[in-house]
Design a protein around this ligand. Structure first.
Ligand code: PLP
Length: 420
């Protein structure tokens, strides 16, 4: 492979495998070696690698009419927008397409600022929201922070602390206490920032690339109440958590909370082709109808991508979500066994088919946190490299203190046991 095409996160000692073929949860390299894809590539190939109906839908759309601009109508785009709005929480009614997850978050922030006429966005530490200037300014990821701040002059983002238990910043004895402390902290931040200056709060309902962190029970309900009290929009970044990854259409539905906007990408087409977007409440959509959408891209809502999205929704409803829900407890139990067996595992956490295995110092049992560690210099890198040699691809969270497991939703029970 040409060295210019090697992505930055691979070290020369661990060059990427060149993938030429795939079926269901397995990808194959040019020598025919198979790898169980427990990362669903970048947490996105939710329908598996060989869902022919998605490929057929893309082909059919491309041969009918490959591109129609967003100034005109298109059946696939209209159909996908309706399917998504029907499956989103009840208060969300309208879909605005983008191309990527980063651009979906950019759009949501621009919409929030215009709608609220307020400049600030609240976002949490240990989060990932994308790589464009605006989306990376939203991101609270210590490993990329320094790089982003070297170049980015995007301002108006205030970080708050996430409700983490293992290795987190709070000192709570129970999940309920943790939810309370973390929510009180958020309210304190809002009061100090000045509620009128805050347009929105964006959060992943279940973190993805910064570790498959779930919130303690009751936390999101309190966040919703606080947002209502201070007139702050709640935006759920579902780029990873959506499309069955956590057991429902959107991760926030597993928290019984209605956000004001959802941003999505990745799994909407099972990553067969790029597509992202924002689903908004009808009030926000009415505002945009009157004021105009602040942003837009040529390829937003590309008909071929929307046709893929329609077919992906059909696949998800044709047994894939059911399979994911049935196998989630199998993965959870298998990982609990790993936690019991190995001292270097400090914690396992997650939901549905998104789980993190968090490493700890085996001597002290303490959280292993060093944002500067590179792949290969820490237990997570070592495990990933060894796993790859044995034919399993795992993800990792940044900073690299966790393995992240996120298989395609078509994974089998045997594959789960093999990978774990
Ligand atoms: N939001 C979350 C939660 C993500 O995990 C990602 C990407 O991993 C993004 C946004 C950015 O999406 P994209 O890489 O499509 O721009």
């Amino acid at each position: 492979m040409d060295s210019h095409s090697i992505p930055h996160w691979y070290s020369p000692e661990s060059p990427p495998i060149s993938i030429v073929d795939a079926e269901d949860s397995t990808v194959y390299d040019e020598d025919g070696n198979g790898y169980l894809d427990f990362m669903a590539q970048l947490y996105c190939v939710n329908a598996g690698h060989s869902e022919q109906r998605i490929v057929d839908a893309m082909t059919a759309q491309a041969s009918d009419i490959p591109y129609v601009s967003s100034a005109l109508g298109n059946d696939s785009r209209d159909k996908l927008a309706s399917l998504l709005a029907e499956r989103a929480p009840d208060n969300l009614t309208d879909v605005f397409f983008s191309v990527t997850g980063s651009e979906a978050n950019e759009a949501a922030m621009q919409i929030a600022r215009a709608y609220q006429d307020a400049p600030k966005i609240l976002t949490r530490w240990r989060s990932y929201h994308g790589s464009t200037y605006g989306a990376s300014a939203l991101t609270g990821d210590p490993q990329t922070r320094a790089e982003v701040e070297r170049y980015s002059a995007v301002t108006g983002h205030t970080k708050f602390l996430p409700p983490l238990d293992f290795g987190g910043p709070f000192n709570a004895d129970t999940p309920e206490e943790l939810a309370e402390q973390a929510a009180d902290h958020l309210e304190w931040v809002i009061k100090n920032e000045g509620p009128d200056s805050i347009a929105a709060l964006i959060t992943e309902p279940i973190a993805g690339t910064s570790g498959a962190y779930t919130a303690p029970p009751g936390y999101f309900e309190r966040v919703r109440e606080i947002c209502d009290e201070y007139d702050i929009l709640l935006v759920s970044d579902e780029v990873i958590a959506g499309f069955g990854r956590c057991g429902d259409w959107f991760g926030i539905q597993t928290e019984n909370v209605q956000p004001d906007m959802i941003t999505f990408a990745k799994g909407v087409t099972s990553a067969y082709v790029p597509l992202g977007g924002v689903i908004t409440s009808s009030e926000i959509a009415e505002f945009l109808d009157t004021e105009g959408m602040p942003v837009g891209q040529t390829f937003a809502g590309h008909p071929v991508a929307c046709a893929a999205g329609v077919a992906a929704v059909e696949s998800y409803e044709d047994g894939l979500f059911e399979n994911a829900r049935d196998l989630a407890p199998v993965l959870e139990d298998a990982l609990a066994g790993v936690e019991d067996e190995y001292d270097v595992v400090g914690d396992v956490h997650g939901r549905g088919l998104l789980w993190g295995v968090e490493f700890a110092d085996p001597e002290t049992g303490e959280h292993f946190f060093d944002p500067r560690v590179d792949e290969g210099d820490n237990p997570v890198g070592a495990v990933r490299t060894e796993a790859k040699k044995r034919g399993v691809i795992f993800g990792s969270a940044r900073p690299d203190v966790q393995l992240v497991l996120s298989p395609p939703l078509c994974v089998t029970e045997e594959e789960i046991h093999e990978a774990v």
